[in-house]
Design a protein around this ligand. Structure first.
Ligand code: C5P
Length: 411
């Protein structure tokens, strides 16, 4: 199995230097060991000097948004429903590993010929596993833009360029996050015809995790995962992501639970778990009911979990249906210098040094348009380099909701 981990290492090895940084600066420290994620592509995507779009060339996008990954602080599976889905209860938290989505609008006066689609997308150079990312309607970003057009009657013709950094089949919600960001972008560029509640509902139709990404970054999710109850931001925390090269598909992991229709899975009361995490992420019990089925499918995951558990982090757990593990806090001083190289050598994992991130209270702000790693977690109060200019620039392009815009009741 170890050989499989290494043999499938087709994408990227990312190791950070262990120093806490806010997201924009953090991305500049990712040092890829393989060619698929070029350092230049990461830098240029952060700093505006991008490779030309295959459709729009050098024309700057109308809107650029970052799309965060998520981890599940706890994940209880309560019961298998008659429709085949599983009733769950989970505390979701966004983290500072981002895809980037650029959006262009085709000119209104451009005649809409039958062979020119209403919406289109491309995958940016330097994306993780770029060759495997579809650009047709099987991509959730395309489905989100088309669903928005269908529901609002908007005739705006959107083109999206996706720069993928969040690994797939990882339990990090990358595709769902991109879909939520596409819904938000389409609505913003169309002048906010849809309320945030509508976007959240439509997100739930696209996928169980999509609605969460329209929240402020911390939410208690129930039902299939699409019922989103925002909760107060968790205490700031360092969050390392450890991604084995092997992935697992969500249906496969849920299936391996082996529940029959209506069958319940006993375990801790999710409301009590929620209270415990609200008090402190340091002392709360980390429970993911999808770890046993994932470990049964890929036994090496249990070994990796045990190795991570010996490093002295505050907590170690698999996120969602896996295969990524997240580690809260820092390793023990004894392990500090060597743990990344040792884990990469043994398992071929990619390692991302991240932190919780939050969207902020201002409804006009999207993720990471402002510094999102709180000073306490970043180890100092300094604003990231260029953050003020970045925020001003974002303010110019992102537009603002009109007076009286309905942000929905949940935030
Ligand atoms: O909703 P989404 O398309 O993300 O779900 C993918 C698959 O994961 C579903 O078809 C189902 O097999 C499984 N799933 C589940 N229970 C959930 C969420 C997803 O069984 N709550």
């Amino acid at each position: 199995m170890a050989a499989h981990f290494l043999a499938s290492a087709a994408c990227v090895l990312v190791i950070t230097d262990g120093v806490m940084r806010p997201p924009a600066a953090l991305l500049r420290t990712h040092m890829p060991a393989m060619a698929a994620l070029e350092k230049d592509a990461v830098l240029s995507s952060q700093e505006g000097a991008r490779a030309p779009s295959v459709v729009f060339g050098q024309q700057p996008p109308a809107l650029t948004l970052l799309s965060p990954a998520k981890v599940n602080m706890f994940l209880r599976i309560l019961r298998r429903r008659d429709d085949g889905y599983h009733e769950l209860a989970s505390l979701f938290q966004t983290v500072s590993l981002f895809d980037t989505l650029d959006f262009w609008l085709r000119a209104e006066e451009e005649p809409c010929e039958p062979d020119v689609p209403l919406c289109s997308m491309e995958v940016a150079e330097g994306s993780l596993c770029a060759d495997l990312i579809p650009t047709d309607e099987s991509n959730l970003v395309m489905r989100a833009m088309l669903l928005f057009a269908e529901r609002t009657g908007s005739t705006q013709r959107l083109h999206c360029r996706l720069l993928k950094r969040i690994p797939a089949q990882a339990g990090l919600g990358g595709g769902s996050s991109d879909a939520a960001t596409a819904l938000h972008a389409a609505n913003r560029l169309a002048g906010f015809p849809a309320s945030e509640d509508e976007l959240i509902r439509w997100g739930g139709e696209l996928g169980s995790d999509v609605s969460f990404f329209l929240s402020r970054g911390t939410a208690y999710c129930t039902g299939r995962g699409e019922l989103v109850e925002p909760v107060a931001p968790l205490q700031p925390a360092r969050c390392w992501l450890i991604k084995p090269q092997i992935g697992l598909s969500t249906p496969q992991v849920f299936g391996a639970l082996g529940l029959s229709a209506g069958e319940e899975l006993p375990g801790a009361d999710p409301q009590e778990l929620l209270d415990q995490f609200s008090d402190s992420v340091d002392d709360a019990p980390y429970i993911n009911d999808l770890e046993p089925p994932a470990f049964s499918l890929v036994p090496l995951l249990a070994e990796l979990h045990a190795d991570l558990g010996r490093l002295g982090f505050t907590a170690v757990m698999m996120s969602g249906s896996g295969t990524t593990f997240f580690c809260i806090g820092e390793p023990s001083p004894a392990a500090a210098d060597t743990w990344q190289a040792e884990l990469s050598g043994k398992y071929g994992v990619d390692i991302f040094g991240e932190a919780f991130c939050f969207r902020g209270d201002d409804p006009a702000l999207w993720y990471a348009e402002q510094p999102t790693v709180p000073a306490a977690a970043a180890g100092g109060g300094a604003e990231p380099e260029g953050a003020a200019e970045g925020a001003a620039e974002a303010a110019e392009v992102r537009g603002a909701p009109p007076d009286g815009f309905e942000w929905g009741g949940i935030f």
